[in-house]
Design a protein around this ligand. Structure first.
Ligand SMILES: Cc1cc2nc3c(=O)[nH]c(=O)nc-3n(C[C@H](O)[C@H](O)[C@H](O)COP(=O)(O)OP(=O)(O)OC[C@H]3O[C@@H](n4cnc5c(N)ncnc54)[C@H](O)[C@@H]3O)c2cc1C
Length: 478
């Protein structure tokens, strides 16, 4: 018998919900109107009501062998938390999430669920997967709004750990260790905590207060935070060791932007997406009350096709520009989350596929006035398995723009590895670690973008969690 016919095991009140709801069609989530939201920085997605969350949860089949869990890098017990939502016990749903993830309100908003948990949902064979991400977001938001407290940490076990970097990898590692009774101190280079969650991802996708509240939960667990400390410059790992820290986790991310190395990249009006997004998200260049300079043209080209490119494009649109995303492959190969591409299109962003810049063109005063592009076609697959874009000779054309934002990926900053004895890195800068997250120096662990290069929030969190286990084993077995 097909799984979706196993209704008998479902209590009658839940069966009622299921019969009102088409098992194979997801309950839609309300969103701001595209023509309104493309002029403001308020959150696009408005989230489920309790009633709709319960209806959506009631579509879950509570599979005995849940495939969805296989797709989650931190192994959230998805049927369990969704089961609590079905029953209307949202506090328990949040507690279930916290047992596996330090940042459920973040993951519910920015994880690429379509390639993870929701990809493996058995309902996908017949229709829409259960909206696991939106339900996660609902439970975490409910807990935040109702001030639900996490369980208290274990008593102090006598060990002190330093975490370098306050992004998702560092925060997760900090939370896991604090729960187990370690004294944890996070050192963050910037003035605010959250890493890319604060300075990269814009507030219309992930409001600052959501990240702040997740950090507050870690403070409640006893984690100490110190901002404006650049490890490798303000203080070194060896100096911290002398202060009594016995083990270290490096979650310093991959904040060094890549450029194309084409003529004209030094012209005024050319930004890295990192700089552009940091100026708006962290330094509030979009807000008249802040004195952050940002001269954005009327016509903006964003080069690249990942989440960073979508964010840069959507922020530029909100600042009043006409925006075109220029990408060298086709729409099918866009690496951004499908929801972000869909939202960008709805908001009026233009796309130019199979197109690559070869030169940025400037005026006599040194300001950008356009891009010379070349048309591309897809050739044989490259090392990544994707078909390689090949330029079509003689197809050059000019695109009139006055700002260019490069969103071509990032690599790890070498500052920490340059100042830390015994810490080895790959040629491209990634810190070398084993399967427990331990680096080539036994007291230093690492994870997240600093190890893998630019990846995803949940992979960074998975690595932070893995390394916390590694640190625990290292310190307790010493
Ligand atoms: C614009 C943008 C949009 C994205 N959108 C998504 C998305 O939708 N979904 C998704 O899953 N992923 C997305 N990502 C990727 C995701 O955000 C990253 O993979 C993730 O944040 C990596 O986490 P991390 O903790 O390793 O590093 P980071 O988030 O980069 O955090 C590293 C932290 O370390 C600090 N640091 C660096 N050097 C030092 C030092 N020497 N001393 C002290 N502190 C230091 C940094 O200031 C930073 O706060 C996006 C990335 C960007 C840039």
């Amino acid at each position: 018998m097909p799984m979706w016919k196993k209704e008998k095991a479902v209590p009658w009140e839940r069966r009622l919900l299921v019969t009102e709801t088409n098992r194979f069609v997801a309950i839609p989530v309300p969103e701001q109107d595209p023509n309104v939201r493309n002029k403001n920085f308020e959150e696009v997605c408005l989230g489920y009501s309790l009633e709709d969350a319960q209806k959506e949860a009631s579509r879950c089949l509570s599979c005995k062998v849940p495939q969805c869990r296989k797709g989650c890098p931190v192994s959230v017990n998805i049927p369990e938390f969704i089961g609590h939502i079905k029953e209307g016990n949202i506090e328990e749903a949040a507690r279930s999430l916290w047992a596996y993830s330090a940042l459920p309100a973040v993951c519910g908003r920015v994880c690429p669920q379509e390639n993870q948990c929701e990809k493996y949902c058995v309902l996908k064979n017949k229709g829409d997967s259960v909206s696991i991400g939106k339900l996660e977001r609902f439970a975490a938001d409910y807990a935040r709004n109702h001030k639900v407290k996490a369980n208290p940490p274990a008593p102090f076990n006598g060990h002190k750990v330093a975490i370098i970097g306050g992004g998702p990898a560092g925060l997760t590692c900090a939370g896991e260790l604090a729960k187990k009774g370690f004294k944890v101190h996070v050192f963050e280079a910037l003035q605010r905590l959250g890493g890319v969650l604060i300075y990269g991802i814009p507030s219309f996708r992930l409001p600052d207060e959501v990240v702040e509240e997740e950090v507050k939960k870690l403070e409640d667990l006893g984690v100490e935070f110190e901002t404006n400390v650049i490890v490798g410059r303000t203080v070194t790992i060896d100096a911290l060791k002398e202060e009594g820290f016995e083990a270290f986790f490096i979650g310093s991310g991959a904040g060094l932007p890549r450029f194309m190395n084409i003529p004209g990249e030094n012209l005024n009006g050319v930004f890295s997406a990192n700089e552009f997004l940091t100026r708006t998200n962290l330094m509030h260049a979009n807000d008249d009350l802040f004195d952050t300079p940002l001269k954005l043209g009327q016509k903006v080209a964003v080069i690249g096709g990942g989440n960073v490119a979508m964010d840069a494009a959507r922020v530029s649109k909100r600042l009043g520009s006409d925006v075109t995303v220029v990408y060298r492959r086709t729409e099918k190969e866009l690496p951004a989350r499908s929801e972000e591409v869909h939202h960008a299109k709805e908001e009026g962003i233009h796309f130019k596929f199979l197109t690559n810049p070869v030169e940025i063109l400037g005026d006599e005063d040194g300001w950008t006035k356009g891009i010379r592009c070349i048309e591309m076609e897809l050739g044989e697959p490259d090392a990544s398995g994707r078909r390689r874009p090949v330029p079509i000779q003689g197809s050059e054309f000019d695109l009139a723009v006055d700002t260019v934002i490069m969103a071509l990926g990032t690599s790890p900053n070498p500052l920490i590895s340059m100042t830390t004895q015994g810490l080895e890195t790959e040629d491209w800068g990634g810190i070398i670690v084993n399967e427990t997250g331990q680096s080539t120096r036994e007291d230093i662990f690492a994870g997240g973008d600093a190890v893998t290069g630019a990846a995803t929030v949940i992979l960074a969190m998975g690595a932070g969690k893995e390394a916390a286990k590694g640190i625990e084993d290292y310190l307790l077995k010493k």
